[in-house]
Design a protein around this ligand. Structure first.
Ligand SMILES: C[S@@+](CC[C@H](N)C(=O)[O-])C[C@H]1O[C@@H](n2cnc3c(N)ncnc32)[C@H](O)[C@@H]1O
Length: 305
């Protein structure tokens, strides 16, 4: 299916319901975690420890979801013996061509269980720092790094994307990677990866500015993100935009780890470099404008390389 052309009506309508399946799965993990807490005697935990329970539920949900997806992809691959990316469908197909260009010192924001790690085996990559705030995903992430032969290159950081969390976590690795930033506010990463994560960071405008400042001159921000439906443009869909609003009202963000369906991520990314006179180049493509999960994907390059 083309990423631009809307599918036939029936298929389009079923696609509108896909996020409902995801949300139902995430809700079931949340209720499971709450039930366990109550049964273990923490009767008030769903009210007094909502944040902890949500975090744990999201961790379990994401492990189950990403494991299913990886199994589906590997089945398709082994059945045909074609290269992996040729078999990927939907938004997943946007990721490999982009991530395979990563090089130097890499920061992966919100790596989850490390689904994208097989795309980061290039010898041009010298080190990878994965900033993952959900501690329930760290075991999977470490195991994936070992399985992909990246054990010595990959550093799991327990933090979010905000500099106030990220810089101390980088310092704690003892690799000296944050030294340039601490000395003169300079950039430290050659590549920063944002794959389906800017939808979840608490303050997107601020976070994108901070990520920009962490890039070295000439550094590249590689992005694949779902965004607000561009319904006012020819590529967008009013029906899909309404579906986004309904999902938000039904608690999408609550159950899916603070994910927001309605962010203007492209705008925030473009503005992130305003204080420096703009990016050297921005190449962002839009895809799936007919869907409740439309994407932007591409590369933003910092000036001065
Ligand atoms: C939808 S998952 C995507 C995971 C991975 N990038 C992938 O493509 O499979 C979003 C990830 O972002 C993480 N996340 C949520 N808030 C974050 C934040 N403020 N900073 C960094 N990561 C965050 C979540 O824990 C989760 O692992």
């Amino acid at each position: 299916m083309s990423s631009d052309a809307p599918p036939p009506f029936g298929e389009w309508f079923l696609n509108l319901l896909e996020p409902a399946q995801l949300m139902a799965m995430a809700m079931s993990y949340y209720f499971q975690v709450c039930t366990e807490a109550v049964k273990s005697g923490q009767v008030l935990a769903p009210i007094t420890q909502t944040s902890r329970l949500r975090d744990e539920a999201f961790g379990r949900f994401w492990i189950a979801f990403s494991t299913n997806r990886e199994e589906e992809n590997s089945t398709a691959t082994s059945a045909s013996n074609e290269p992996e990316e040729a078999e990927l469908t939907g938004s997943s197909a946007l990721i490999p061509p982009l991530l395979k260009t990563a090089s130097g010192i890499v920061l992966d924001i919100g790596p989850g269980t490390g689904t994208q790690m097989p795309l980061l085996r290039s010898p041009a990559i010298t080190a990878i720092y994965g900033a993952e705030p959900c501690i329930g995903l760290h075991k999977e992430l470490r195991a994936k790094a070992l399985a992909e032969g990246l054990g010595s290159k990959y550093h799991v950081l327990h933090c979010g994307a905000a500099s106030s969390e990220l810089i101390p976590a980088l310092e704690a690795t003892g690799t000296g990677v944050a030294d340039a930033h601490n000395a003169n506010g300079g950039g430290v990463f050659d590549t920063i990866l944002c794959v389906r994560v800017l939808c979840s960071v608490p303050e997107m405008e601020r976070t994108t500015r901070e990520l920009y400042s962490l890039l070295k001159p000439g550094g590249r921000l590689l992005v694949t993100e779902h965004v607000v439906n561009p319904w006012r443009t020819a590529k967008g869909s009013f029906g899909a935009r309404v579906a986004q609003a309904i999902y938000q009202l039904l608690g999408w963000s609550f159950f899916i780890g603070d994910c927001c369906m309605d962010r203007d991520t492209e705008g925030a990314l473009r503005r992130a470099a305003d204080g420096d006179g703009g990016w050297e180049s921005v190449q962002l493509e839009r895809a799936f404008g007919w869907s409740p999960l439309p994407y932007i994907s591409g590369v933003l390059v910092k000036r001065g390389g």
